[in-house]
Ligand binder design. Structure first.
Ligand code: PLP
Length: 398
């Protein structure tokens, strides 16, 4: 058969993700509605391919509902250049900052905002300026790029001590041009309302503000999604919503819909087989699941090779759209690479070809990614980011 014969065959994929771009817009506006000041900007975090949702369509959808001062953030300059292509008029923040001279030049040339979290990154900038003073100056003046100094307030991951921030500020004040500045820090436990570290970090940030001689125009930011939802005193001049844009909540013990968020990624598949299993027989790899009674077992056409968590335990819910209505089908047996098995004993209507929801929302029913992540001992961030290439994304714009 010629190759063209294959490409003309359109078969429904066994698994796909409906990506609801209206829901992304809704979630962004919901994040903004929490803000304590109308001057507070929102910096939409679209790193890691917009948490697995597909960065270009997500960025284009967000751009439509953003205010003039709202912007984007990613981790690397490679990610930033993809975003800049879609929205050249928006600021894009490179949160890891440059780790080499080449990256510093690429960030300056790309007109991106960037983070300096370590003392050595100051030298990367100064070296670039020394090599081409007028070129760097004109690039920075043209882009109005903002440099965010990241300080450590207790997360102990990225962020410099106050002493280093003081040295960086002193060096920047000697440049022959004014670089717009920001002061940032990141919260370690804002998802847990009972943890006192958030308060400690806030106090450390305020302490830094008083100890550092910051230019008046310096913007400040601490809050990501958890900070936006639960710590209004930390909103400051800018917030950095990530996970909430995608409809899941970072808050412990809650699910996205509790916050008024709408799921964006609705992961679907189909029943590909229905089997009858006798009491005492086992199902799947390792024969770990043994039927206590005669069972009707549905086989769903997706597994960990598509990004479904292998550690999801027996009982984790899936929803099946049958002729008679939507039913809950709990996992029974280990998740394998291309398939998972569910208990359909209490249902007679499901048949091969029926659609299944693994997480998200469909047919008026919610199956929050937070619930599946909790069951599998992980977080929705990881579920979203781990969706594999094999799963086509279908963008829904209205
Ligand atoms: C990923 C990230 C965010 C977004 O966090 P969410 O919990 O997804 O809202 C904000 N700030 C920094 C520095 C990040 O790395």
């Amino acid at each position: 058969m010629a190759e063209s014969d294959f490409s003309s065959v359109t078969m429904p994929p066994h698994a796909w993700a409906d990506i609801d771009l209206k829901a992304v817009q809704h979630n962004f506006l919901l994040a903004k509605s929490h803000l304590t000041s109308p001057l507070c900007r929102a910096c939409a975090v679209v790193k890691s391919n917009a948490y697995g949702h597909g960065v270009q369509p997500v960025v284009a959808a967000l751009d439509q509902v953003m205010d003039a001062n709202d912007q984007f953030a990613v981790v690397s300059w490679q990610e930033a250049s993809v975003v800049k292509e879609v929205v050249p008029h928006r600021r894009v923040l490179v949160m890891r900052g440059p780790v080499s001279a080449d990256e510093m030049s690429a960030i300056l040339a790309g007109g991106m905002d960037w983070v300096i979290h370590s003392r050595y990154q100051l030298d990367l900038l100064l070296d670039c300026i020394a090599a081409d003073p007028s070129g760097v100056k004109s690039a920075l003046v043209k882009s109005e790029a903002r440099l965010w100094i990241k300080i450590n307030t207790g997360m102990n991951r990225l962020g410099m001590p106050i002493k280093d921030a003081r040295e960086v500020l002193a060096a920047l004040s000697e440049l022959p041009f004014i670089l717009p500045l920001g002061l940032m820090s990141h919260l370690a436990t804002a998802d847990d309302l009972g943890d006192t570290l958030t308060e400690t970090q806030f106090l450390a940030f305020q302490q830094a503000e008083t100890e550092l001689v910051l230019p008046e125009y310096t913007l400040k930011t601490m809050a990501a999604s958890a900070g936006i939802l639960s710590w209004p005193q930390l909103h400051m001049d800018m917030v950095r919503p990530g996970i909430m844009l995608y409809g899941a909540t970072p808050m412990m013990g809650r699910v996205g819909p509790d916050e008024g968020l709408r799921p964006v990624m609705n992961l679907k598949s189909r029943l590909v087989a229905i089997n009858h299993v006798r009491a005492g027989d086992s199902i799947g790899y390792g024969a770990t699941y043994v039927a206590e009674h005669d069972m009707r077992v549905g086989v769903i056409g997706l597994g960990y090779g598509d990004g479904y968590p292998r550690h999801a335990p027996n009982g984790t819910r899936t929803l099946v759209a049958t002729e008679q209505g939507v039913i809950t089908a709990p996992l029974a047996g280990r998740v394998s690479m291309d398939m998972l098995t569910v208990d359909l004993s209490h249902d007679q209507s499901a048949k091969p070809g029926d659609e299944v929801l693994l997480w998200g929302q469909a047919w008026g029913h919610d199956l929050p990614a937070n619930e599946i992540a909790d069951a599998a001992g992980t977080i929705p961030y990881e579920l979203f980011c781990r969706l594999t290439q094999r799963v086509p994304r279908r963008y829904i714009r209205s």
